[in-house]
Design a protein around this ligand. Structure first.
Ligand code: PLP
Length: 400
C-alpha cells in the first residue's frame, strides 16, 4: 500500500501522551485512576480572557488574521516582553503561533538541515528532540545533574558543542525537573556560545512565572544582550494563565529568523484563531495577582509532594525551584518486584506497574532522557496529590 515518509521512521509517540492514553483506557474500564502524567494547570482560564474572546467573536473578529498575529496581541506581547523581561522587540521581530509547540516546529523547520546537531540538555521536554528529528536534526544531550539542582553547567555544554551544532535549547524553569539555571550558569553558557557564532539559541521561558523560594527569573537574552541576534525567546499563555486549550504561543527574535518562521507558518496553519488571540491579549494585559495566587498554590503542592515522597524508603527527591513538577529518583527501587509479579528493572517498568497496580499515572524519567526518575505533575488539587502519595507509598511498601 501507500507508504509513509521516511522522516517519521523510528519517531516514537511522546511517552507523556502514551501514559495518558493508558490511564484513560483503565479509567474507561471503571478503575479509579489518578493522573499525574500531564502538565496541565487545573486552574480556570481568567474570566477577563474568556470575556475578551466572547467580545471579539461578537464584534465579528472572525476572519483570517494576519499570519504573524493580530496587531492587538502583538502589541500586548511586545509590552509583556518589555515589562517582564526587559526585552524590546519591534513588530517584525515577533510571531504568534499555535501554542509554544508551533514556535519550536517553525523554528526548527526554518533552520535545520539533515545532520545538524541540536543540543537539548537532559532531562528535556520530549518535543524538542522529536521535532528536531523530523527535519533530520541530531539531538545531543548534555546532562543537567540532580546534584547541580538540574541546572546546565557551562562545562557540560562546552563538552558537547561541535562545528555541526545548530541550536542550543534552554528551558528553565525546566519540564520535567522544575530546575532553574542560576544567573552565574547562564553567564557561563553565554560565554561558551560566544565561541560558536553560528549557533541559534532557543530559550523556552514558558514556566518563567513559576519560581519559588524567592528565586528570580531572568531571560537568557537579557543576560547576554550581545547574543540577541541569534536568541529566540519563546513563551505562551498555556501555563501562566491556564490556557492550554486556547493554543497561543509567541516568540521574539531576530527579524531574519522570525521572517523564515512566518513563511513556514503561512504555509502550514496561517494565523492563530482570532478569538484565542483576543483572549491571550487580555490575559497578558491582565493584573498579575492571578499568577501570584497560582505560584502560592504550586509552591504549597510542591512542598506537600516533596515531603511526602522523601518519607518513602527507596525514593529520593530534590526540591524543585520552579515549574509544577517533581522529579524523584528511584534508584533504590530498581530490581524489586511487585505483588503482581512485575520486575521493576527500569523506571518505565516502575511507572507502568504503578499505573496498572496502584492506579497512579506518571511518566518515567527515561522518556525525558534521565533515568531512573519519575515525573509527577503537581497541577492537581492537594487532596488528589495526598491520595496519590498514599497509593505510591503503599505500592512501594508492597514491593518485594
Ligand atoms: N514548552 C514546554 C517546556 C512545555 O512543557 C510545554 C507544554 O507542555 C510547551 C512548551 C508547549 O506549550 P503549548 O501548549 O503552548 O504548545
Amino acid at each position: 500500500g501507500p507508504t509513509l515518509a521516511t522522516r517519521l521512521d523510528g519517531l516514537p509517540a511522546p511517552a507523556t501522551i502514551e501514559m495518558a492514553r493508558r490511564a484513560r483506557e483503565l479509567k474507561a474500564e471503571g478503575h479509579d485512576i489518578i493522573s499525574l502524567a500531564l502538565g496541565e494547570p487545573d486552574f480556570a482560564t481568567p474570566a477577563a480572557a474568556v470575556e475578551a474572546a466572547h467580545q471579539a467573536a461578537l464584534a465579528g473578529k472572525t476572519k483570517y488574521p494576519p499570519v504573524d498575529g493580530t496587531p492587538e496581541l502583538k502589541a500586548a506581547v511586545a509590552r509583556k516582553f518589555s515589562r517582564e523581561n526587559g526585552l524590546d522587540f519591534a513588530q517584525d521581530e515577533l510571531l504568534v503561533c499555535n501554542g509554544g509547540k508551533q514556535v519550536i516546529f517553525n523554528a526548527f523547520m526554518a533552520t535545520i538541515n539533515p545532520g545538524d546537531e541540536v543540543v537539548v540538555p537532559a532531562p528535556y521536554w520530549v518535543s524538542y528532540p522529536l521535532i528536531a528529528r523530523m527535519f533530520g536534526g541530531v539531538p545531543v544531550h548534555p546532562v543537567c545533574d540532580e546534584t547541580d539542582g538540574f541546572s546546565l553547567r557551562p562545562e557540560r555544554l562546552a563538552a558537547v558543542m561541535t562545528a555541526r551544532t545548530k541550536w542550543l535549547v534552554l528551558n528553565f524553569p525546566n519540564n520535567p525537573t522544575g530546575g532553574i539555571c542560576s544567573e552565574e550558569d547562564m553567564k557561563g553558557i553565554a560565554e561558551v556560545l560566544r565561541d560558536y557564532p553560528d549557533v541559534w539559541i532557543l530559550s523556552d521561558e514558558i514556566y518563567e512565572h513559576l519560581v519559588f523560594d524567592g528565586n528570580r527569573f531572568t531571560s537568557f537574552a537579557a543576560i547576554a544582550p550581545d547574543l540577541r541576534d541569534r536568541v529566540l525567546t519563546m513563551n505562551g499563555v498555556a501555563k501562566a494563565y491556564a490556557m492550554t486549550g486556547w493554543r497561543v504561543g509567541y516568540a521574539g527574535g531576530p527579524k531574519r529568523l522570525i521572517a523564515a518562521m512566518r513563511a513556514v507558518q503561512s504555509n502550514a496553519t496561517s494565523g492563530v484563531c482570532t478569538v484565542a488571540q483576543a483572549a491571550a491579549a487580555a490575559a497578558l494585559d491582565g493584573p498579575p495577582d492571578l499568577i501570584r495566587e497560582m505560584v502560592t498554590t504550586y509552591e504549597r503542592r510542591r512542598d506537600l509532594m516533596v515531603s511526602g515522597l522523601r518519607e518513602i524508603p527507596g525514593v529520593t527527591c530534590a526540591k524543585p525551584a520552579g515549574a509544577f513538577y517533581v522529579y524523584p529518583g528511584i534508584t533504590g527501587l530498581i530490581g524489586r518486584k511487585t505483588p503482581g509479579g512485575r520486575v521493576l528493572d527500569t523506571d518505565t517498568a516502575f511507572c507502568m506497574a504503578l499505573l496498572e497496580e496502584a492506579h497512579v499515572a506518571t511518566v518515567p524519567g527515561s522518556a525525558f532522557g534521565l533515568a531512573p526518575y519519575v515525573r509527577l505533575s503537581c497541577a492537581t488539587a492537594d487532596t488528589v496529590l495526598d491520595e496519590a502519595l498514599k497509593r505510591i507509598a503503599r505500592f512501594i511498601a508492597s514491593l518485594v
